[in-house]
Design a protein around this ligand. Structure first.
Ligand code: ADP
Length: 173
């Protein structure tokens, strides 16, 4: 398990992996934050493809090509907007990770990188989000050996520190 999870501090658009995950919105037509960075780095063809997808429900995921990105594919998932915690936000966030991994698996992909879904403008508390991300990915990896590597890509210092600590707790590093 330990060798299958890696923490990265930086920009997800730079990773050479089978798929990077985009924290998109339900329109899939681009936005700010990591979504904007991914669309800029992939080029306008990405928007042309996402326009054909008819959006995506919160907690679900859809896949496109990566175009100019070093990643072969982009898996677009829609995280929940934090509304205080009683609107199934935790279940929906876990579902983003599981749905993305299921999609990767169905497409025969082996390496996948996640941003910290919902922890930007969607306002999910970072600590709780990190717990959900790590435990959901670990659960999936324990019965899906086809996935070789999962990268948690933290852009901001706060998330990076949280993940460092939590991964140590979970993996005993
Ligand atoms: P959401 O709407 O799901 O909250 P945001 O894009 O606002 O999405 O933020 C999600 C996370 O993505 C935040 O933790 C933010 O720091 C991070 N982020 C922003 N740009 C990048 C990037 N280029 N690479 C990786 N993570 C990024």
């Amino acid at each position: 398990m330990k060798e299958k999870i890696e923490l990265v501090h930086g920009d997800i658009t730079r990773l050479e992996v089978d798929a990077i995950v985009n924290a998109a919105n339900r329109s899939l037509l681009g936005g700010g934050g990591v979504d904007g960075a991914i669309h800029r780095a992939a080029g306008p063809e990405l928007l042309e493809e996402t326009k054909t997808l008819n959006g995506c429900q919160t907690g679900q995921a859809k896949i496109t090509s990566g175009y100019k990105l070093p990643a072969k594919y982009v898996i677009h998932t829609v995280g929940p907007v934090w509304k205080g915690g009683k609107r199934k936000e935790s279940e929906l966030l876990a579902s983003c990770y599981t749905s993305s991994l299921q999609l990767a698996s169905r497409h025969g992909l082996q390496t996948i990188a996640f941003p910290n879904i919902s922890t930007g403008v969607y306002g999910f508390p970072k600590k709780a989000a990190a717990d959900i991300a790590i435990s959901t990915v670990m659960d999936f990896l324990s019965d899906h050996t086809e996935i070789q590597k999962v990268y948690f890509v933290c852009f901001d210092q706060e998330n990076h520190q949280l993940y460092e600590k939590k991964l140590q707790e979970h993996l005993g590093e």
